[in-house]
Design a binder for this molecule. Sequence first.
Ligand code: ATP
Ligand code: LTN
Length: 330
Amino acid sequence: MEKKIILSGIQATGVLTLGNYLGSLNNWVEMQDKYDCYYMIADLHTLTIRKDPEELRKNTLALLALYVAAGLDPEKNTIFIQSHIPAHPALSWVLNCYTYMGELNRMTQFKDKAAKHADNINSGLFTYPVLMAADILAYNADLVPVGDDQKQHLEITRDIAERFNSIYGKTFKMPEAYIGKVGARIMGLQDPTSKMSKSAVNELDKILLTDTPDEIRKKFKKAVTDSENKVRYDKEAKPGVSNLMSIYGIIKHKSMEEIEKEFDGKGYGDFKSAVAEAVVERLEPLQKRYNELLESPEKLRAIYEKGDKKAREITDKLLKEVYKKVGLVI
Ligand code: ATP
Ligand code: LTN
């Protein structure tokens, strides 16, 4: 039987957080044996927010290094850079003409980002989901592993695909979001009612994948909990503790009940240090590989060049089919 196709990507906006890792990258690693996987660095999407050019270039290669350091095997997965594949923006243009302003107006990420960057509400920010739809549809992806916050973008991708298919006959496969049961939304350590985000201003709110063991310990020690001093999962009443339990559960492959049992009779101090140690232990080998890879840019180049080539072959074919269907001379 043919393997199902997976596609996903992350923007090159800076160092990833533990939320990005547990919500997406970690799931990708677990999928690499079972599926035909395409993982890209979404550098074109990053242009929607103004960035220093040198910083963007650096972030792009750093993110690639992080993909590999997190466990994505370049031999098993197609790892590539979005801007190196001309079919993405080309298909995105066509799809723009099959997407309504009203649909884009409903996107919560657009509203959030527009509010955060009121001085630069550019049309790229508005049509961001269409480029994302092109990323996905260009590979006939079956599944798209993302965190819960990207669900709406998957829905609009399906709407666009369905609209196009109903006009021109079956062209695109209907993709589905693949959202991990746990870790879909890791919350901030200081504000456990909103998601941990790499752009958070409060450094204590987020664990960066490049944090040192001491920084990680310090941040968990200061994580907001409650006054009950009992390790019990209750997302509404105990958002802080429940978030720490989710983090611990994913890393240790334990259910919430098992964690409650493990820390029965113990206070938050013990629990927090156990969570911190689990995270440190998980991130240490990742950081070592990451630093090694950053030292060898030629290795990184070889990885993306190989991925780019395969991605180009696949998408060129699909783009031609789309051009033909809409009436362009090919
Ligand atoms: P920014 O702060 O710049 O908006 P971000 O931290 O929200 O960035 P993205 O680049 O938008 O990160 O997302 C990368 C991937 O990580 C996506 O699949 C997203 O769903 C996932 N993700 C982001 N934040 C979390 C989180 N707190 N918990 C789980 N998954 C997350
Ligand atoms: N919008 C996503 C990044 C992204 C993506 C994609 C994810 C761009 N293109 C295609 C999955 C599939 C984000 O902000 N995390």
